[in-house]
Design a protein. Structure first.
Length: 94
C-alpha cells in the first residue's frame, strides 16, 4: 500500500516508508497505566502520514530508519489521519 492511499478507518494496513522526523516522547495515563507515546512522520514516494509510536517502538526507530508496518490501523486525530500499530500490528526495521 502507498501512504497516499491510507484513509482514517482503514485496518490491516501494511506499508513501508522512511522516518523523516520524530517528536518528543510524552507520557499519558490510559486505563490506569502510564504509557509512552511519540509521533513520527513516515514518508514514501506518494506522501507522508503521522505514525504514532508506543512504548518500546519509540526506541526502535530514528530519523532515517526505513520501516515496515504490518497489520496497522489508520485513525483520525484532530481531523488528520494517523497510522498506529495498535494492539495487533507490528513495526519492523528494514
Amino acid at each position: 500500500m502507498k501512504i497516499s492511499e491510507l484513509k482514517a478507518g482503514t485496518g490491516s494496513v501494511s506499508v513501508e516508508g522512511e522516518i523523516v522526523s520524530i517528536d518528543e516522547t510524552r507520557e499519558i495515563n490510559k486505563y490506569g497505566r502510564t504509557l509512552r507515546v511519540a509521533n513520527a512522520t513516515l514518508k514514501d514516494k506518494s506522501g507522508s502520514i503521522t505514525l504514532v509510536l508506543w512504548n518500546d517502538d519509540i526506541e526502535k526507530v530514528k530519523v532515517g530508519s526505513k520501516i515496515k508496518i504490518e497489520n496497522g490501523y489508520v485513525n483520525e486525530w484532530q481531523s488528520k489521519a494517523q497510522l498506529t500499530t495498535g494492539k495487533f500490528g507490528k513495526l519492523t526495521i528494514l
